[in-house]
Design a protein around this ligand. Structure first.
Ligand code: AMP
Ligand code: ZN
Length: 468
């Protein structure tokens, strides 16, 4: 299996640190809102990497954090007049619902930054003892970037160029020794969450969180560290500096980065009005279509999102589902039980598509080519089956399609349609919950229905609903 390593800028053979095991860390979202479809890309592609590794027989320890203390969370909490924790808890729960809809497996561990403060204080103290960090007069702790000789090795940046970029900051006279030094711990501001520390009451910098959580849940050396390409610099560069300076070991062997998702060929942004949350997309499409769309491109390429491309993904997925459904239908009605010699030979021949699929995935997870192999398999199955086919042959073919779709995290069966009576029942239950001021249950029912594509509208005449 070959993987492209940002560190070497080459495809390398994947050799795990420990035979049969993979230790993998993926930087998770900052939880201050519903996740957007850009955030969904690393979730889907690295979940697929994980699934493929598991298919290959590796035991994968997959860790992905939630950044639950951050300026944006604090800002949102102040706007709503609630605690930062309330905001982060709310959007972690919502994020998990979206992950379920996209069939992204829960990680082995989903650590929260706010629950790992002790570990961060420990790592910062070690860095100070080793001379890699220092507290400034106001209690801010900085990492001494130039002391880490290999700084820049991941982003392939040169310290002097970075220095030039920082010149204007330097003249303003900072408390830090060098413009390149970055924050490990910062003092609290009025009204912000804070923790006690030897340096000041404050909170951790973002980069130290991941170094600490990766070490705690996976160890000092890990196989794969992943995230979006915007994280290469400074986030991942800083993680390397902190972890390697502290532990004296190579932090991660392979660094994988997904390309960006754009909308109608433009950067997604709220101000351009081309910003979509996963939840909004789920009101229009089965999220399996979003997943299928994302995997239609190589994970390192930029990916453009548009209504036409989603329609194309919808049709593509339907072709696979129809083909598979047809096999199930034929199997239910078939007369012959076992494969005959001709079917046996075809079954052997069809292994070719599995080999193609694996070859594509072994080449740095080329899911686009892997999907082509699935299409070819479906076409092959359509061509060589009919009313005279044996049940065994049909079921085997179905199983083979399902096996490949499972690796991609694509669910073959379409969601069961929820019946009108069930919807009405849930709406009545929601009204009752609201009357009792049990808003948590009422919200839960709304989300439950939304997950089934049912949109509720509270009007003066009562609750109206429609199918998305
Ligand atoms: P954030 O919450 O901004 O820290 O982002 C969480 C993850 O989503 C990171 O791995 C980002 O690199 C990734 N990400 C954010 N925006 C996009 C985008 N438009 N396309 C692809 N990945 C993205
Ligand atoms: Zn991170």
């Amino acid at each position: 299996m070959k993987v492209y390593n940002t560190l070497s800028r080459k495809k390398e053979d994947f050799v795990p640190l420990e035979e049969g095991k993979v230790k993998m860390y993926v930087c998770g979202p900052t939880v201050y809102n519903f996740i957007h479809i850009g955030n969904a890309r690393p979730m889907i592609v690295f979940d697929t990497v994980r699934r493929y590794m598991e298919y290959k027989g590796y035991e994968v320890n997959f860790v992905s954090n939630f950044t639950d203390v951050d300026d944006k969370i604090i800002k949102k909490a102040m706007e709503e007049g609630v605690s930062a924790q309330e905001i982060s808890q709310r959007y972690i729960a919502e994020c998990k619902k979206d992950m379920e809809g996209m069939n992204v497996k829960p990680a082995t561990a989903h650590p929260l930054a706010t629950e790992e403060i002790d570990g961060m204080l420990g790592m910062i103290s070690t860095l100070i003892e080793k001379g890699y960090a220092y507290p400034a007069a106001d209690g801010t702790v900085y990492f001494r970037t130039r002391k880490f000789q290999e700084y820049g090795k991941l982003s392939h940046k040169n310290l002097d160029d970075l220095q030039a970029g920082h010149r204007d900051i330097q003249v303003t006279g900072e408390a830090k020794e060098d413009a390149l030094d970055f924050v490990l711990w910062k003092p609290k501001k009025e009204g912000e969450p804070y923790w006690e520390s030897p340096w000041c009451e404050g909170r951790p910098g973002w980069h130290i969180e991941c170094s600490v959580m990766a070490r705690k849940y996976l160890g000092e050396e890990i196989d794969i560290h992943a995230g979006g390409e915007d994280l290469i610099f400074p986030h991942h560069e800083n993680e390397i500096a902190q972890s390697e300076a502290c532990n004296g070991k190579i932090f991660a062997k392979y660094w994988l980065h997904n390309g960006f998702l754009n909308i109608d060929n433009r950067k997604m942004s709220k101000s351009l009005g081309n910003f979509f949350t996963v939840r909004e997309i789920s009101e229009k499409y089965d999220l399996q279509i979003l997943r299928f769309f994302m995997l239609g491109a190589h994970y390192r390429s930029p990916l453009n999102f548009s209504a036409e491309l989603m329609e194309a993904a919808k049709n593509g997925l339907e072709r696979i589902r129809n083909g598979a459904g047809n096999l199930q239908f034929l199997a239910k009605n078939s007369k012959a039980r076992q494969m005959d010699d001709r079917e046996e030979a075809l079954w052997q021949q069809g292994q070719e598509f599995v080999d193609k699929f694996e070859a594509a995935m072994d080449d740095d997870f080329n899911t686009a080519d892997a999907i082509s192999a699935v299409f070819e398999l479906v076409r092959f199955a359509n061509t060589h089956t009919g009313e005279g086919s044996s049940e065994e042959f049909l079921q085997n073919l179905y199983g083979r399609i399902q096996l490949l779709c499972d690796i991609l995290g694509i669910i073959l069966e379409e969601k069961e349609e929820i019946l009108d009576e069930e919807i009405e029942g849930l709406i009545a239950e929601r009204q009752a919950a609201r009357k009792e001021k049990n808003f948590a249950r009422a919200d839960e029912i709304r989300s439950l229905l939304l997950a089934q594509g049912i949109i509720l509208e509270d009007t003066r005449e009562g609750v109206k609903w429609k199918r998305a």
